[in-house]
Design a protein around this ligand. Structure first.
Ligand code: 5GP
Length: 190
């Protein structure tokens, strides 16, 4: 693997605001490009193949695991596989950019473990579990059982936060965004 660019990993329990922060960082002039993961779940309304994810079947996913095409992969929810393709990293690094990831907590730690010396891992912390539940309830795309699954997973994930390079508490979104931007900027400058 060519090793020129750096990796910025942004992880958080679902509903903590990481996707908003990642989108902000992408537009903040930091020379970052989003790593599109492969996943085996069906696209949600509005999601585009190659932009939000590479939507592939479970069989294709398993084939790629066997062919060692992933830097990391995980069964994030029972039956739903997600992973980072090595080809995606190569593509971004070859274009002279750094890679930013929006992955779940376990995936984030795995990425940090794979390339520790060129990776900044950031944990986005919700202000409280109650607030996290509220945010997940307000998302209309998920069913109740899906929300319960995500809350259970989220509570467990909070326990992993000390393993990250930095923690940003997302009480005030604007503050969280600017904190993330200065962290990333100084990491990329060194
Ligand atoms: P969703 O189905 O809501 O898009 O994503 C479910 C979870 O999978 C999210 O927490 C998301 O960050 C995580 N995820 C997305 N891509 C990857 C990946 O490449 N690897 C891992 N381990 N998790 C991922």
């Amino acid at each position: 693997m060519t090793n020129r660019g750096k990796l910025i990993v942004v992880s958080a329990p679902s509903g903590a605001g990481k996707t908003t922060i990642v989108r902000y960082l992408l537009g903040a002039g930091l020379n970052l490009e989003f790593s599109v993961s492969a996943c085996s779940r069906a696209p949600r309304p509005g999601e585009k193949n190659g932009k939000d994810y590479y939507f592939i079947s479970k069989d294709e996913f398993r084939e790629k695991i066997d062919n060692k095409e992933f830097l990391e992969w995980e069964e994030v929810y029972p039956g739903s596989y997600y992973g980072t393709l090595l080809s995606e990293l190569e593509k971004i690094w070859n274009s002279g950019k750094h890679v930013i990831f929006d992955v779940d907590v376990v995936g984030g730690l795995k990425l940090k473990e794979k390339l520790p010396e060129r990776c900044l891992s950031i944990f986005i912390m919700p202000p409280s579990v109650e607030e996290l539940e509220k945010r997940l309830m307000n998302r209309s795309t998920e069913k109740d059982t899906e929300i319960e699954k995500r809350i259970g997973k989220a509570v467990k994930e909070l326990g992993y936060s000390p393993k990250f390079d930095a923690i940003i508490v997302n009480t005030d979104l604007e503050k969280a965004k600017s904190e993330a931007k200065s962290l990333v900027r100084s990491y990329l400058a060194n």
